[in-house]
Design a binder for this molecule. Structure first.
Ligand code: ADP
Ligand code: MG
Length: 727
């Protein structure tokens, strides 16, 4: 049976109408009431734990104090009681292996006895430590095969939560995941270590500014982009199912160029899906704030309010899981891939990052007069210096096969890392470079010209959408991360590289103060030195332009175009040194990551290469030859009927030429797929970049040409037009 565009639309609409018009209108959700109801948070602990146990765990969570193992049994009992009251029968240690996803293995709270009774199996020991069989998680050579065990360790700083299903619920306990020798096999461990590094250095610096004994954390709020498409289409696209993106497919006749979707009103079914997703997120204590349409048709964005980075990273994973789960209930599939559709805007995840003290002071808040705000200037400069020194690490932290499609494609920042400051700050730093800063440009009010409309205060740190790393008022927004990636390593890098520059600048500052310089003079000098060193990374212009690429090269900025180019730098001596120095990753832990990521890159493209071959052989070629057959039949019949076949002949000739082109490209891809380019993962990954991707592109070019020509009834893959415009 063949499906045409209208069949699909009909299917989609019919199937979902009943779900949309339920009998009763659901009452509006009471966010305050449901917020965090599925989370075992401090409030819940306060009401359930003895006072000393509560104070002890609170100190661990709020001040990063060492966990007192003596309270584990008490906490476990309370946690279990709470979870069971909420219908949970099982618990799991929830962790983030290097696959970039989350992993869990469920155990029952109660194990039935032979004799008919049951024993409870959740005490402090089960809360604190787990031993999942780790042999199928990537370790990059860290774990010898004879020692398959891995250990999970409770992270009390990220609250446990309940995952619900129609048929039951379970308690998920955020944990770190390590090998028997204590080496991190996950994303959480280094992130927590980097939180400690930034705390140590930033609180040391704050003391110089007279702020004593502050607990400093980094904070993150992420803007998540995603697509929602009808699942009917998803199931008919083996490429979407296997790789998350379309390996073939031609741009829709009406694409984003009409700009009618961005911030447009949200279609009903999608809005229903979003509302339920948000409700679930609220119940998990995730503070979702904004939603809107994105640039491309069927593309959307969701953003929470910022939180401590460790919690934000767990919440980010939960958000992606929830988006995908809830979408299914509405007959939709949530695509988190960075580039599901070629020629259509891709999806990113802006990582807004700042530093704050426990009491909520934002260290990157400039106030009205940044030139006068020594503490702000110090920390802001430290971030700029970190970005300059470690452009490679920032680029590596967002490297993936999928994100390579976005970076530098004029929809996302280029692979070149630079820092945008805005007019006001750029001016302040220029003043500092040449002497003392004496003024801050004021942006003032934005009059709208109609007396009934209020004057808006224009933010002095104006926006530049093309910058990969932009100061946006009171935080830095890293815009290069991809939509599907975990934010853990991104923020591990940010925390670590900023810890290093704060460390170095504090040492300089301490020396100047010891020499008897005033704080103002000393900070001026330190900041001046750091800005002079890093000024090449500051750029306020259009990051998409050719001119910038040439200029960046003159400035000596890196342009690591592919994941493989980027990962080649990960093990540079300076990178091993910085992660070791701040106890974030040992050399062997870093090496294992490099190995895992190179392998992941290879595997991803390898699958894409083989699937492109299969689709071209079994979908495209048969459709094209069938079409050609029917054209040839028509031509043959024209001998009998005497009707002119001139036009048909021309079409047939074109189709035949495109088939030749496809066959030639396909033969090359088949050859390249057979040969993996070598034995090491590094050789294989290189082969993917140099040979497989170009061969896939050539096949796609030919296949897409045929898609535009062949009878739509014969084309079994849903087209972009089918997928992107059904709502
Ligand atoms: P935009 O104007 O780009 O939409 P918003 O101010 O709405 O920016 O913030 C976007 C994201 O940045 C949100 O997730 C928000 O919570 C987060 N954010 C705001 N302040 C901070 C901060 N101090 N630290 C980390 N993230 C922050
Ligand atoms: Mg943004």
């Amino acid at each position: 049976m063949s499906h045409t565009h209208s069949d699909y639309s009909l299917l989609a609409v019919k199937k979902h109408r009943p779900a949309m018009n339920g009998a009763a209108v659901t009452p509006p959700m009471d966010i305050e009431k449901i917020f965090g109801e599925n989370v075992f948070d401090l409030e819940e602990m306060k009401s359930r734990l003895p006072k000393d146990a509560y104070n002890s765990i609170r100190a661990t969570i709020r001040q990063g104090r060492l966990l007192d193992p003596k309270i584990a049994d008490t906490v476990a009992m309370a946690m279990k009681e709470w979870a069971v009251e909420r219908g949970a029968t099982h618990y799991t240690h929830w962790f983030q292996p290097l696959t970039g996803n989350t992993a869990e293995k469920h155990d029952s709270f109660i194990t039935p006895n032979r004799g008919g009774g049951a024993i409870a199996q959740f005490s402090g020991k089960e809360l604190i430590q787990g031993e999942p069989d780790a042999s199928s998680f990537p370790s990059g050579g860290l774990r010898a095969t004879f020692e398959a065990r891995g250990y999970t360790a409770w992270d009390p700083t990220s609250p446990a939560f309940i995952i619900e299903n129609d048929n039951g619920s379970y308690l998920a306990i955020p944990t770190a995941f390590a090998s028997w020798s204590g080496e991190a096999l996950d994303h959480k461990t280094p992130l927590l270590r980097s939180m400690n590094a930034i705390h140590e250095q930033a609180s040391r610096a704050l003391a110089l500014f007279g702020v004593e004994e502050a607990q400093v954390v980094s904070t993150v709020g992420c803007e998540q982009e995603y697509f929602l498409i009808d699942e009917e289409f998803f199931y008919r696209r083996p490429d979407l199912m296997a790789t998350g993106r379309t390996l073939l497919g031609t741009k829709p006749p009406r694409g984003q160029e009409l700009d009618d979707h961005y911030f447009g009103s949200i279609p009903d079914r999608v809005l229903a899906c979003m509302l339920e997703t948000e409700k679930e997120l609220y119940r998990l204590g995730i503070p979702v704030k904004t939603r809107h349409n994105e640039v491309a048709p069927s593309q959307y964005e969701i953003a929470p309010i910022f939180e401590n980075t460790n919690v934000a990273a767990d919440h980010q994973q939960l958000m992606m899981i929830t988006l995908q789960r809830v979408a299914r209930k509405y007959g939709l599939v949530c695509l988190l891939h960075e580039k599901p559709f070629r020629g259509v805007n891709g999806s990113g995840k802006h990582n807004n990052w700042s530093l704050a003290t426990e009491s909520g002071m934002n260290l990157l808040e400039p106030g009205d007069n940044p030139h006068d705000n020594l503490q702000f200037l110090f920390f802001c400069t430290a971030v700029i210096k970190a970005a300059w020194r470690h452009q490679d690490l920032l680029r590596i932290s967002v490297a993936s096969a999928a994100n390579d499609h976005r970076l530098g494609a004029n929809e996302a920042p280029p692979a070149i890392i630079s820092v945008f400051l805005g007019d006001q700050l750029e001016d302040v730093f220029e003043q500092i470079e040449t002497g003392d800063a004496t003024s801050s440009k004021q942006a003032g009010l934005l009059g709208l010209g109609a007396p009934v409309l209020p004057d808006l205060s224009r933010h002095a740190g104006d926006r530049n959408r093309t910058s990969p790393f932009a100061f946006t008022g009171n935080k830095f927004e890293f815009r290069a991360p991809g939509s599907s990636q975990t934010i853990s390593f991104v923020n591990t890098v940010l925390n670590t590289i900023v810890a290093e520059s704060v460390d170095e600048m504090s040492t300089e500052l301490e020396a100047l103060l010891a020499d008897g310089k005033s704080l103002e003079r000393a900070v001026g000098e330190v900041v001046r030195g750091a800005i002079k060193e890093s000024r090449n990374v500051i750029f306020g212009g259009d990051n998409y332009s050719e001119k910038w690429h040439a200029e960046a090269e003159r400035r000596g900025l890196l342009n690591l175009k592919t994941t493989v180019d980027a990962l080649e730098r990960l093990l540079d001596a300076k990178n091993i040194a910085i992660f070791e120095k701040y106890n974030v990753l040992s050399e062997s832990e870093l090496r294992s990551r490099e190995e895992v990521w190179v392998e992941q890159y290879f595997l991803r493209i390898n699958i894409e290469g083989e699937l492109t071959e299969t689709l071209a052989r079994t979908y495209v070629m048969p459709a094209a030859t069938r079409y050609l057959r029917s054209l040839l039949d028509t031509i043959k019949d024209s001998d009998v009927t005497g009707i002119s076949s001139k036009g048909v002949r021309t079409v047939a000739e074109h189709v035949a030429t495109y088939i030749d082109e496809l066959q030639e490209a396909l033969r090359e891809l088949i050859d390249q797929n057979k040969n993996l380019g070598g034995n090491t993962v590094h050789e294989k990954a290189r082969h993917m970049v140099d040979n497989i991707i170009p061969a896939m592109d050539a096949v796609r070019h030919a296949a897409d040409r045929l898609e535009r020509t062949v009878d739509h009834d014969l084309w079994r893959l849903p087209t972009y037009r089918d997928m992107l415009f059904v709502k």
